[in-house]
Design a protein around this ligand. Structure first.
Ligand code: NAD
Length: 407
């Protein structure tokens, strides 16, 4: 951000900035100096295309929450609540803006009728007195009347969602409903990997291919089972040896040390642990032809996606291939049976084929082709609103086009 314009910017966002400053002063984790009070939120919103950013404070329980709504063209904004000890308010707002925008794109390419949103709660997520905090959050969500639907994210659990549910119906990922999204996510990653194989090797059969999986958590374990069944050879790693042992026992995978996963002679690298693992340090070490995995934010920076294209490595964009999770939540909102969510996740195969085709035809990196597809869908749906539909828009009050379902 150019410093010479900071005076002008702080005038534009004065109201929001002072609210940030007040919260920061009263919260032990945020000093006045680190509050980021000079952050120009409007400038960030304009650059990234956000509709709305809201702040809420409840002194009774020390609640500091932010909700960012990026785009609701396709439907109500959905995205999880992240509970995190941010260094300052600026970092928290920026994370909410970045993550909510990502949700718009993820839902748009997944072909579901949801917009992009995200909430953050600032604080120590190991805090044990959670009821008042999450009920305060639920009340904040309720004030939006369904424009934003929340769910789990880093630092929150299904039990926290139950507290939110006491205050609002606009919450998903509840106990006893759609449950753990990992099986559907892993299935989407599996079919997405097959689509990449089709383009790369002329056949989507993964039998005999070697796949290096980073992480042996929930998504990775379900993915490993699909791949093992198809006869793929697996190389796995995790920072927790007991998780590695379980996957090795089940699938006969070969285990390697966490850092060695980038150096393997393999056909596919499947990042299923952390973000930003495709970076300046790891990229020269990768010997694979395909990258297809479940992790979010796999590229450290967009330019790493450009470098993958230059190196001829076919990259299945993260938010497309791991869309099974949000599809699963959408299924919960619409009370879909589990099979229907899995069937919808199966469409990731064709979506990726389309993205690979756009990338080839236009000679652009696949992550850019994915953005283009998402933007095309949003523009096409926005265009429908030119036709007057009587008292309300075609999508109905909760923005669920065609279904009438509200939660
Ligand atoms: P998880 O916590 O069950 O698994 C992550 C695993 O990665 C853990 O076993 C952890 O020990 C391991 N790990 C951490 N650091 C590592 C390292 N340096 N090297 C190797 N392993 C390491 O999480 P998950 O639900 O399986 O999700 C995996 C990834 O997929 C995350 O990035 C998540 O954001 C993304 N994702 C998950 C879903 C879902 O439905 N669960 C949906 C979309 C995206």
């Amino acid at each position: 951000m150019a410093t010479k314009r900071s005076g002008e910017r702080s005038r534009v966002s004065g109201a929001v900035a002072s609210a940030l400053g007040t919260n920061a002063a009263q919260h032990p984790s945020l000093t006045a100096k680190s509050s980021g009070a000079s952050t120009d939120i409007f400038a960030q919103m304009q650059t990234m295309g956000h509709e709305q950013v809201l702040l809420s404070h409840d002194p009774s329980c020390g609640y500091l929450g932010i909700i960012a709504i990026h785009d609701t063209t396709l439907g109500p904004a959905l995205g999880g609540t992240r509970f995190w000890q941010y260094a300052n308010t600026h970092e928290a707002v920026t994370d909410a803006l970045r993550l909510s925008r990502g949700m718009t794109y993820k839902s748009a390419v997944a072909g579901i009728n949801l917009g992009g949103g995200k909430a953050v709660i600032i604080g120590d997520n190991r805090r044990t007195d959670r009821e008042a905090l999450f009920r305060a959050h639920g009340r904040f969500v309720e004030t939006l009347g369904g424009r934003y639907i929340t769910a789990e994210d880093i630092g929150t659990s299904p039990a926290d969602m139950e507290y939110i549910k006491l205050e609002t119906d606009y919450v998903a990922g509840l106990l006893g409903l759609s449950g753990d999204p990992s099986p559907v996510t892993a299935y989407g990653v599996y079919v997405g990997m097959k689509a990449a194989a089709e383009v790369c090797w002329g056949s989507d059969d993964l039998g005999g291919k070697t796949v290096a999986i980073q992480g042996c958590g929930k998504v990775a374990t379900y993915l490993a089972r699909h791949l093992h069944e198809e006869g793929a050879k697996l190389i796995v790693t995790d920072i927790h040896p007991e998780k590695v042992e379980q996957v090795v026992r089940e699938t006969g995978a070969r285990a390697v040390a966490p850092d060695a996963i980038y150096d393997q002679e393999a056909d596919v690298y499947a990042p299923c642990a952390l973000g930003a693992t495709i970076n300046d340090e790891t990229l020269p070490r990768l010997k694979v032809q395909v990258i297809a995995g479940g992790a979010n934010n796999q590229l450290a920076e967009n330019r790493h996606g450009d470098l993958l294209q230059e190196r001829g490595i076919l990259y299945a964009p993260d938010y497309v291939i791991n869309g099974g999770g949000v599809i699963n939540v959408y299924g919960e909102l619409h009370r879909w049976p589990t099979e229907r969510a899995q069937e919808k996740a199966g469409e990731i195969y064709d979506t990726l084929l389309r993205i690979f085709e756009i990338a080839r035809e236009e000679n652009i990196p696949t992550y850019r082709a994915a953005d283009r597809l998402a933007e095309q869908r949003i523009a096409a749906v926005a265009g429908l609103d030119r036709m007057w539909m009587g008292g309300q828009r075609g999508r109905g009050a909760a923005g669920q086009r065609g279904s009438g379902v509200q939660i």
